[in-house]
Ligand binder design. Sequence first.
Ligand code: CP
Ligand code: NVA
Length: 312
Amino acid sequence: MGIRESFRGLDILTLQELSSEQIAFLLGLAMDMKERVDRYEGLLKGKVLAMIFEKPSTRTRVSFEVAMYKLGGYALNLRWDELQLSRGEPIKDTARVLSRYVDAIMARVYKHSDLEELAKYASIPVINGLSDLWHPCQILADLLTIKEVKGGFRGVKLAYIGDGNNVCNTLLVGCSKVGVDVSVACPRGYEPSPRALEWAYENSRISGSKVEVLENPVEAVKNADVVYTDVFISMGFESEAEERRRIFLPRYRVDAKLMSYAKPDAVFMHCLPAHRDEEVDEEVLEGKSSVVWLQAENRLYAQMALLYLILG
Ligand code: CP
Ligand code: NVA
């Protein structure tokens, strides 16, 4: 089976499903789609993606819908509270019904186990549009952005500062697959998930990348090519807001001082939405080193490539 065919029908729940070769192939295709989008128009004609949202979304929702449109397919936006799911219809029943209407499901959920249940009972591919544990589509776009601005992955160091959340977990998996060194700095008790670390160390033995988890943001940022942060209070953790602000601030905020420990040409990344003057200073977010808008733009191309490879 060729690399292109190896994607067909895959569920993408964590990113660990893809090999480094598959990620490299997907990113190459995404770059080509970005440069020559007209070549790919209409390739998913007749294909339908159901998008289920249990939480709000701007980028994921719009970029998936536009990706399906550009490829000639159709995307159905399904709010959780408008589905019978909200009245107690089981996920396993929803999965089997949707499988008879559409070609793939993309879902954003609170509990990752709900996504696993959906994938178990659906006979079509299921793509994670963010769960409490993983955000694979974001990290594909992030890797595309790193490739675009740094020219490749070898010898590149990414420092992730803040909460060991879904974005951090998936960055650990994605970076360690492609050979980007990754240094995480987070407060004690807010470390990435044990599963993410286990996979990252396992991947790094093959790719040769370095993986470390520290408490000190300055140590993590030293010599970094990319400084990345995300919110301290992810969707679903609102009740912990006060306690988290007390623990994370001001030490884990990315400001100009923290950026000064990175390489002089280091870029700043954030999956967005950002909370100015909470996890990042306005000055850094809007500054010359920030590539956050490019990163958001790349969601479209990474997902166009993913959809085409899974459904094409
Ligand atoms: N980064 C990201 O997933 O953004 P949305 O929550 O707007 O989809
Ligand atoms: N960690 C954030 C990412 C939002 C795109 C959250 O889960 O809310």
